[in-house]
Design a protein around this ligand. Structure first.
Ligand SMILES: Cc1ncc(COP(=O)(O)O)c(C=O)c1O
Length: 342
């Protein structure tokens, strides 16, 4: 790609320090499937951050993390309530339904977020054998629309969920961006806010690949190791995921990356504000900018820059920044937009 991509943080390369951690872990042999010193150290680090009673499972992908987390806390007759924009609902090719056997109950949302009022609509016919039984609410932070749940909002949902004998799953593919934006710790915005199971993202914040599924109640993960293997997410050379996570947490690299990525989205928003042809459609609270821009300009811009159309009907696009987006990339991108519009 010639110009910096604004399509997704997935398009960035690997952070040099993380790449170095892979090279360093490449010395000699190590026992496979997680019984190695890197994995032990990475798990210890997760426990330091989230508490000793946290159960940690490394996986390759975000989809893998979601389906393993959800499978561990559901039965095939359950349902999972989520936003209609949730990655598990629209972008995982039905994997959550196939792997868990559960029905997904998507809730319409304008900003990617759901709340207790909306969730309540699905809580009925409990114990009635003709209906799927709601067992999990899944929320994403930051959301697929780049918006944020505050701690208070999460707590309200978790209190309701637990009062109804259900669990709260969080898709944290971009949990680092959420933590950086909220200026609150990783534990504070997850476990302390009542999240039971967290898909913890690494790939979108500078790693080559690798995510973790975290359980804050060990009773929930009694069978997780089997589900991880069944879903092909048990990495034989696990040290290469673990070594990345060790570096990810060293000197707060995760926070620096996420803070920078968020800052670049804010900068982009700032610079777009004085272009009357562009309407920003979502609050810019993390590392994406959603905008409506006349159709006639989009193709031309896409000839120079790679980014996705978000909603063809509305002529809405998504522009994403990343840990390695530079100020000059934003300047060049905005200049390109202005030139096309002029
Ligand atoms: C919010 C969210 N969850 C989960 C995923 C899944 O990640 P993967 O593509 O690694 O399966 C993504 C990927 O973009 C995502 O944006």
């Amino acid at each position: 790609m010639k110009n910096k991509s604004f399509a997704s943080d997935n398009n960035s390369g690997v952070h040099p320090d993380i790449l170095q951690s892979i090279i360093e872990a490449n010395k000699g042999d190590a026992v496979g499937y997680g019984d190695d010193k890197y994995t032990k150290k990475a798990i210890k680090k997760f426990k330091e951050i989230f508490g000793e009673d946290t159960d940690v499972y490394f996986v390759f992908t975000g989809t893998g993390a979601n389906i393993i987390g959800l499978k561990s806390i559901t039965n095939t007759f359950n349902s999972i309530i989520c936003a209609e924009t949730a990655h598990i609902n629209v972008d995982e090719c039905g994997a959550p339904e196939i792997f868990t056997g559960c029905k997904l109950l998507p809730i319409p949302t304008k900003d990617g977020k759901i709340n207790v009022e909306k969730i309540k609509c699905h809580i009925h016919d409990i114990g009635f054998e003709h209906h799927s039984q709601p067992k999990v609410v899944s929320i994403t932070n930051t959301t697929e629309l780049g918006t944020l749940y505050s701690c208070e909002e999460i707590k309200k949902i978790s209190n309701y969920v637990h009062a109804n004998n259900m669990y709260l799953h969080m898709d944290g593919a971009r949990i680092s961006n959420a933590s950086a934006s909220l200026k609150k710790g990783l534990k504070e915005i997850t476990k302390d806010a009542g999240v039971d199971v967290l898909s913890f993202g690494g790939t979108k914040n500078g790693m080559m690949y690798g995510e973790a599924v975290l359980f804050f109640n060990k009773k929930l993960s009694e069978n997780t190791k089997y589900f991880r293997k069944q879903s092909s997410q048990l990495c034989s050379k696990m040290r290469f995921i673990s070594a990345q996570f060790i570096k990810f947490f060293e000197n707060d690299l995760w926070l620096k990356n996420a803070t920078h990525s968020n800052k670049m989205a804010k900068l982009l928003e700032e610079k777009l504000k004085d272009i009357p042809e562009i309407t920003i459609t979502q609050k810019v609270e993390s590392n994406s900018v959603f905008a409506i821009i006349p159709q006639k300009y989009i193709k031309k811009l896409q000839e120079k820059y790679f980014f996705y159309m978000w909603d063809e009907n509305k002529s809405e696009v998504r522009w994403m920044t990343s840990y390695d987006t530079e100020e000059k990339d934003i300047d060049n991108f905005v200049s390109a937009i202005k030139n096309i519009i002029a």
